[in-house]
Design a protein around this ligand. Structure first.
Ligand SMILES: [Zn+2]
Ligand SMILES: [Zn+2]
Length: 428
């Protein structure tokens, strides 16, 4: 049975809680119920980016029910729910962010029948844990509004749409919503399959890659398949380009110090018959890196310029025309070093032996990066694995998390709120 056991979750929370939180009032129990209710609703009602209408209404109503009265709307991302908690005490303004959107499953796939709660919509599922993050943030809001006399400054609870699709964090940043609220630092967490429950991982500096997307259209000369010498054999040219692009980082960059992954995700050449070599082909894919691929460093060509040259050279050799475009996606995610230095000691006290400050990096990207470009930010990974649960990767139908993650997430986010607004890991 996959059930959020509220009593168990609370017991786990308290068992791992340092002295500073031992006198936390009974609001924890109601926060656990709040998280349980939100998670069930959000998981059963997955919605795609910018269409999180049910999630918007649920979260807004829940926050109002908790006593929140100050909300900010986003014109570009209207399903966002942004609530402000003013402690009434002078102090910093910080933001805690969670995502709201779900994802489409592979065509014809549904969430496994053993999952409970389970998606009510075939083909759609919360398989990146955003329902978990949003539920934990709501639970955090419940705890903090009940204890606002113990914190300083203001806390902005940012429920952000469309992490999986364009225009979530970047809309919020471009609208200057956080600037207008005077936010000085922002924090977020993401579930990490395979990381044991109770572990929190964070490293200073670049922690997730930036993403860029390319599209290459090849225009050559078609021919009978029996006479490739009479045309450009465009499918073969496309295949060679796919290999050269994919091979490029490991063979042309100092890869140990300059990690780059280029993956061709779509390769299309259709002669529409077994004996026709088509004139045209297309390929597209992604470039992941911790650098800005459009920017040249130390008077050397940028990665984009180097790839431009590669494509042009191969096109000339193959006597084909090309249209080659590269567009930027999310920038790399960077944890602010000074903020990390300030937070790591008190967090180490709250997570004795379980705070991993040297986690492995991945070439995944995340739109939290837009905030990290705009203001000091920290992005945490939180373990979801226990008793054989929480091992399946995000973005798969099998993804799940051990229910203890809610108590751990609540502990992390409340800790960050206290550290962020008071600079200490104790209630005032
Ligand atoms: Zn995702
Ligand atoms: Zn995600």
């Amino acid at each position: 049975m996959r059930k959020l056991a509220s009593c168990l979750a609370l017991a786990v929370w308290l068992a791992h809680t340092p002295a500073w939180a031992a006198d936390l009032p009974s609001s924890l129990a109601s926060a656990t119920a709040t998280m349980q209710g939100a998670y069930t609703f959000l998981h059963e009602n997955p919605e795609l980016g910018k269409k999180e209408f049910k999630a918007h209404d649920y979260l807004l109503d829940a926050l109002k029910g908790l006593g929140f009265t100050q909300f900010v709307t986003s014109a570009k991302a209207p399903t966002a729910v942004i609530a402000v908690l003013d402690s009434g005490q002078a102090g910093p303004v910080i933001a805690l962010r969670a995502e709201m959107d779900a994802r489409p499953l592979e065509v014809g796939a549904v969430e496994p029948a053993s999952h409970a709660p389970r998606s009510h919509i075939d083909g759609l599922m919360h398989n990146c844990g955003h329902d978990i993050h949003a539920s934990i943030l709501l639970g955090t809001a419940a705890v903090l509004i009940a204890n606002k006399d113990r914190i300083s400054g203001k806390i902005v609870f940012l429920f952000q749409p469309a992490e999986e699709t364009p225009g979530g964090a970047d809309d919020i940043v471009h609208e200057k919503i956080l600037d207008d609220l005077g936010v000085q630092a922002i924090f977020a967490e993401h579930v990490a399959p395979g990381l044991p429950i109770g572990t929190v991982a964070i490293a200073p500096g670049y922690t997730l890659a930036g993403s860029n997307y390319f599209h290459l259209r090849i225009k050559g000369k078609g021919s009978h398949a029996a006479a490739p010498n009479e045309g450009t054999d465009t499918p073969l040219v496309a295949a060679r380009m796919a290999i050269e692009l994919s091979d490029y980082p490991a063979r042309h960059l100092e890869i140990a110090n300059r990690p780059v992954v280029i993956s061709v995700t779509r390769l299309l050449a259709d002669g529409n018959a077994g004996n026709v070599l088509p004139a045209d082909a297309e390929l597209s894919g992604t470039i992941r890196s911790f650098e800005n691929i459009f920017k040249s460093e130390n008077a050397t060509p940028s990665l984009k310029e180097r790839l431009d040259q590669l494509v042009a050279r191969m096109a000339t050799e193959a006597a084909v025309d090309t249209e080659w475009t590269v567009r930027p996606g999310a920038p790399p995610t960077r944890n602010d070093v000074a903020l990390f230095d300030r937070a790591v000691t008190p967090l180490g006290q709250a997570w004795p032996g379980m705070l991993d400050t040297h986690p492995g990096r991945g070439m995944f990207s995340e739109d939290f990066s837009y905030y990290t470009e705009a203001l000091p930010a920290l992005y945490f990974s939180i373990g979801v694995s226990k008793d054989g649960r929480g091992l399946a990767s995000v973005h798969t139908g099998e993804f799940d998390a051990h229910p203890d993650v809610f108590a751990q997430g609540l502990r992390l986010m409340t800790s960050l709120a206290v550290i962020g607004t008071t600079g200490r890991m104790d209630w005032r």
